[in-house]
Design a protein around this ligand. Structure first.
Ligand SMILES: C[S@@+](CC[C@H](N)C(=O)[O-])C[C@H]1O[C@@H](n2cnc3c(N)ncnc32)[C@H](O)[C@@H]1O
Length: 389
């Protein structure tokens, strides 16, 4: 195996692990990936974070840092036509699956350029700055995640956004115990570990909490061996609580720019009445701390970071009417979408459908010529129309 430089103490063991178990274990297929994920669509992300797509963001430079078997890179190519996409990973095994996946899906034909390289995210010094960096499930596998975050921050353009996914302590309580049990049993991180790990869940009493949790929450995800190994046999991982997460972001001088699953952090998901009113009176960070306490099933954090503090643009009615917009690219169904950006069923009035069709058929027309401000605002708030800044 050729060394990956610069590396950290975890690189050799982690790259060897993913050579054995390339992750994620999603099957390969010909043609574009199924559906969409708005977190991998730069325009959708900009609109979610800034309240509009700033001008000049049409051909972003995008990095997939720790791309694994290329599922995210595939979406990044198909959802960002004309972009320059770079995908790096330290595992040859994962990258060879990623290359085949992207070749079969025709990903390179969608973008201006695509590079897939065996490289550590600690080694990005020669790259031009990126407008968007996606790094999902990666930094928590470094020996020093702060060094990884610092490297990504250095590769980010001044107005760029970083999307991270990191493990959360609370919802991984059962996973951590299982991991420690398997370590005590010395099953290792290879094929024996996989066999004995699966045997463990068959052997434990049906009422056992670890077994029940696995069967109810994770068994489907863990059907591919690579996913089971990633969850229970990993040789190097860490996880966070909210307080440590925010300190982690600040360690690289980055600003927290919002969760990419904000609905999870909304107290209205859990509370009603006076309790909800009290919760909503708290500053955002305390609302999130409250949700963290109330929902011990949260097993990961997914969020955006930026270099500069962000101010979400607030639009007056007159500004909305003068603005132009595009249809959210991550909707299911043409011309009448039936699923929203989170694949949720959409209820749309006839007027809302007509406006969505009009923004596609007559681009660059001020929205005020197509509908009243109240309807424009409703569709913008629902992330169905993305305003052009
Ligand atoms: C859990 S997988 C996530 C893969 C992909 N991001 C996804 O979510 O589908 C973690 C990946 O990060 C890669 N990785 C770990 N440390 C890395 C580093 N220092 N630089 C680049 N990739 C790294 C591993 O090889 C592995 O493929």
């Amino acid at each position: 195996m050729v060394d990956v430089r610069p590396s950290d103490a975890a690189t050799p063991v982690v790259s060897a692990f993913y050579d054995r178990f390339p992750f994620p274990g999603d099957p390969l297929q010909d043609g574009p990936p199924p559906g969409y994920n708005w977190r991998w669509c730069h325009r959708s992300v900009l609109a979610a974070v800034h309240g509009c797509c700033p001008a000049g963001a049409e051909q972003p430079r995008i990095l997939d840092a720790g791309c694994g078997t290329g599922v995210s890179t595939d979406y990044l190519c198909h959802l960002n036509p004309g972009a320059d996409v770079v995908a790096v990973d330290i595992s040859d095994g994962a990258l060879s699956v990623a290359r085949e996946r992207l070749q079969r899906s025709g990903a390179a034909d969608q973008v201006r350029s695509l590079r897939q390289e065996r490289r550590s995210l600690l080694d990005l010094g020669e790259e031009q700055p990126f407008d968007y960096i996606n790094s999902v499930g990666v930094l928590h596998h470094l020996d020093q995640p702060e060094a990884g975050l610092h490297s990504l921050a250095g590769a980010l353009a001044p107005q760029g956004l970083l999307h991270l996914f990191l493990y959360a302590d609370a919802g991984r309580w059962e996973i951590h115990r299982t991991q420690r049990a398997l370590t005590l049993l010395e099953v290792g991180t290879e094929a024996d570990g996989l066999r004995l790990g699966r045997q463990l869940f068959e052997t434990l009493p049906e009422s056992n909490r670890l077994r029940r949790h696995h069967e109810q929450r994770w068994a489907v995800d863990c059907a591919p061996d690579a996913n089971f190994a990633d969850m229970y046999l990993h040789p190097q991982e860490t996880s966070y609580n909210l307080e440590r997460l925010l300190a982690f972001a600040a360690s690289a001088g980055l600003q927290f720019a919002g969760f990419s699953n904000p609905e999870v952090w909304d107290p209205a998901r859990l509370l009603t009445g006076e309790l909800l009113e009290r919760a909503q009176a708290l500053p955002p960070q305390q609302q999130w701390a409250l949700v963290e306490q109330l929902d011990p099933d949260i097993s990961h954090f997914e969020f955006f970071l930026s270099k500069a503090p962000l101010e979400r643009r607030v639009w007056s009615d007159a500004q909305l009417e003068a603005a132009t917009g595009i249809r959210q690219p991550c909707l299911w169904g043409e011309p009448d979408p039936i699923l929203g950006r989170n694949m949720e069923p959409l209820q749309l009035t006839a007027d809302a459908k007509a406006l969505l069709t009009a923004v596609v058929d007559t681009p660059m027309v001020p929205l005020g010529q197509l509908a009243p401000a109240a309807l424009i605002r409703e569709l913008v708030d629902r992330q169905l129309i993305l305003l052009q800044g």
